[in-house]
Design a protein around this ligand. Structure first.
Ligand code: ZN
Length: 412
């Protein structure tokens, strides 16, 4: 099958005008100018761009049903406490969780997201849904082990790293939630166990300014949050260092780790992230919603850090669309090269999630995970304007060459 359009954006190679992608048995067998490629069945999308499927490197699909219910504010700890309370009452049953994940999945695919780094408190229930879907990615089972909840560490780790419902497309990973909700020894254990079986690890890191104060002194809004949550006990160890130093010395940093947010980082912190080969999932609109100072993603990219894009959950973000995030970044940082923005939303995410050789770009041999975005107004915009400056949504999305949306197209 050949897919044709006015432009093909491989991401790892220059834009191809009047390009085509040939798909055989779910994989890309050729890409180039349409006139140079062998014809078979042709789906001609005309005035459109074909690009790789987008990668949402940090999200929580099970919180999709929380959309709009806990508006983000500058009081992060207060927001988190309200969210946790709401989860306790609204996401109790398998049906609640799985319905929420299903909604998130269908919104993701409709937005052209074909790969996710998904964090879940209910790995078994969530993975059952993910495994039955078309999505690719890593399902990170969340671990919280602080105060009296530390006794649950072994159980949570076992569930997170279980191979139940793992498939070729869905791999299990572990997410020690954050440096303030997982004690140092537990962080070390998570890192060791993930490493032993080659699993990926995701952690919310340096998300708020309060994290540093908590780790050094057990003070501030996050300490209040833990006390009010009822998990506090007198055996909680003081880290006596900042978040980056803590994750570095507990073995959490490394090329198999995705650090979500990294909103408050010094030059030394950035160097530490870079040395470890850790990927950073920047969540642009969630970052903005909590009123953080400008994110240092460009400083990170400049020293070679693999920065990818996450939406985080609908509890803090208006959509699960990476394309919407990229358009937001384009508006906020018009001097950032469009190629760089596109890489963050595709190949960088695939690399972060361990699928860099299998997906994330339109490259011969990779899975045919593709998105079709119409040029609007028809034919008048350049490629980048059409993807990043317009507001057109995908008209078709392919995973391994199989159309996911089934919308109208011209077949010749
Ligand atoms: Zn998150």
């Amino acid at each position: 099958m050949m897919l044709k359009s006015r432009f093909v954006v491989p991401v790892d190679a220059p834009v191809i005008k009047n390009g085509a992608v040939v798909v055989e048995e779910g994989r890309i067998s050729a890409v180039g100018p349409a006139r140079d490629l062998p014809h078979g069945g042709v789906a001609d999308y005309g005035d459109a761009v074909i690009c790789p499927g987008f990668v949402n490197a940090h999200t929580h699909l099970e919180l999709t049903s929380m959309a709009g219910r806990v508006p983000p504010s500058e009081d992060f700890a207060g927001w988190l406490r309200t969210l946790v309370e709401m989860i306790k009452t609204s996401l109790c049953t398998r049906e609640d969780v799985q319905n929420s994940v299903r909604m998130g999945l269908s919104q993701s695919l409709a937005a052209g997201v074909t790969m996710v780094g998904d964090v879940t408190r209910q790995p078994v229930w969530t993975r059952e849904v993910l495994a039955a879907s078309s999505i690719r990615g890593v399902s990170f089972g969340e671990v919280i082990a602080v105060g009296w909840t530390r006794h649950r560490l072994a159980e949570l780790l076992e569930i997170a790293l279980s191979d139940t419902h793992q498939t070729d497309r869905i791999r299990a990973g572990v997410s020690p939630h954050a440096p303030y909700t997982v004690e140092p020894d537990a962080l070390r254990t998570c890192a060791q166990q993930a490493k032993e079986i080659g699993a990926l690890l995701c952690i919310h890191l340096a998300e708020t300014r309060d994290e540093d104060l908590f780790l050094r002194k057990h003070e501030g809004p996050l300490a209040d949050h833990l006390r009010r949550s009822g998990v506090w006990d007198d055996d909680m160890p003081l880290a006596e260092c900042g978040p980056l130093e803590l994750v570095s010395k507990t073995g959490v940093l490394g090329s198999s780790t995705v650090a979500a947010h990294a909103n408050y980082v010094s030059d030394a912190d950035i160097a530490q992230i870079s040395n470890g080969g850790t990927s950073v999932a920047y969540c642009p609109r969630t970052h903005r919603a909590f009123g953080h100072p400008p994110h240092r993603f460009r400083d990170m990219l400049a020293v070679g850090i693999n920065v990818c894009i996450g939406t985080d959950s609908l509890a803090s973000n208006p959509s699960l669309s990476v394309l919407d995030e990229l358009r937001f970044v384009r508006r906020m940082y018009p001097d950032c090269p469009p190629q760089t923005i596109m890489e963050m939303g595709t190949i960088n995410g695939a690399k972060a999630l361990g699928f860099g050789d299998a997906a994330g770009s339109i490259t011969v041999g990779k899975h045919a995970d593709l998105v079709v975005i119409p040029l609007e107004p028809a034919g008048l915009r350049s490629t980048w304007e059409s993807i990043l400056d317009g507001d057109a949504q995908p008209t078709e999305v392919y995973v391994e060459g199989v159309p996911q949306l089934g919308r109208k197209r011209t077949t010749l």
